[in-house]
Design a protein around this ligand. Structure first.
Ligand SMILES: NC(=O)c1ccc[n+]([C@@H]2O[C@H](COP(=O)([O-])OP(=O)(O)OC[C@H]3O[C@@H](n4cnc5c(N)ncnc54)[C@H](OP(=O)(O)O)[C@@H]3O)[C@@H](O)[C@H]2O)c1
Length: 239
């Protein structure tokens, strides 16, 4: 073993998902103890099996990360057990689109806000409090290119992602000088299984791989990225 995160503890929310899985596996490869939140038991079993021998440093909790109390309890549990939390990566999110603002169900609007904004709010609140006590930590929240590029039929999604960017930007200002760094990454279409199924005729080679995005996320969590704070970083390649 050996790696940049040996002895560290990383919380990957949505760590069994299309991008989250690559982030979880990359942290494990680099020596971290990884705590993931998941909802689907099947996805959790698949991640454990993909982790192979590294699964001894992998721990999963079935938690709804839009539930502030549940998230706070999870972070308390991590501290009670491991005594530290070095990195939080929030990969929880969802997409809904294709309908004009006046056509979509208001439930969809609420759902986009919950998945793409409230998740980061609940997770950041709990993690920041804990990280401030240890005087260090790194948070990466996953938003989307759509936070800045507002296409038709995606009002709720774009608004929720734009709000998530603004929230992290303001949080970065709150945290200036604290040793806790927060950044956002902005993917466009990622080469996930779900996207391949949804868009079978697309040219997959043009889509950034989750593993490549995971590398950027891990870098942001290292001390080498200590001068990056409050950034919103595009990760959609050169196509
Ligand atoms: N995929 C893309 O092309 C793309 C493009 C731009 C931005 N993004 C953003 O990148 C991030 C990751 O995307 P992805 O494609 O990896 O998504 P994904 O495969 O759907 O993964 C999201 C993960 O979050 C979990 N999750 C959803 N709601 C949750 C909740 N309330 N509490 C706890 N966990 C919950 C999901 O669990 P279940 O599977 O059990 O529901 C899943 O494991 C998201 O923020 C997404 O908006 C993705």
């Amino acid at each position: 073993m050996g790696g940049r995160f040996e002895g560290s503890v990383a919380l990957v929310a949505g760590g069994t998902g299309g991008l989250g899985r690559s982030v979880s596996l990359a942290f494990l490869e680099e020596g971290a103890r990884v705590v993931v939140t998941y909802r689907s038991q099947t996805e959790w079993d698949a991640l454990k099996s993909a982790a192979g021998a590294n699964a001894t440093r992998l721990e999963g909790h079935s938690v709804d990360v839009t539930d502030e109390a549940a998230v706070r309890q999870l972070v308390e549990k991590i501290f009670a057990k491991h005594g530290r939390l070095d990195a939080l990566v929030n990969t929880v999110g969802g997409y809904a689109g294709g309908l004009k603002l006046w056509e979509m169900d208001t439930k969809v609007f609420e759902q986009m806000l919950a998945l793409n904004l409230r998740s980061g709010y609940a997770l950041s609140r709990a993690a920041v409090r804990a990280m401030l006590k240890q005087g260090r930590g790194a948070i990466v929240n996953v938003a989307a290119k759509a936070a800045f590029d507002h296409a038709a039929g995606a009002a709720a999604y774009a608004a929720s992602k734009a709000a998530a960017v603004a929230m992290l930007d303001s949080l970065a200002a709150d945290l200036r000088g604290s040793g806790v760094r927060v950044n956002t990454i902005l993917p466009s279409i990622i080469d996930t299984e779900a996207n391949r199924k949804a868009m079978p005729k697309a040219d997959f080679s043009k889509w950034p791989k989750p593993q490549d995005i995971a590398r950027v996320i891990l870098f942001l969590c290292t001390d080498e990225a200590r001068v990056i704070h409050g950034a919103a970083i595009p990760v959609y390649g050169d196509t």
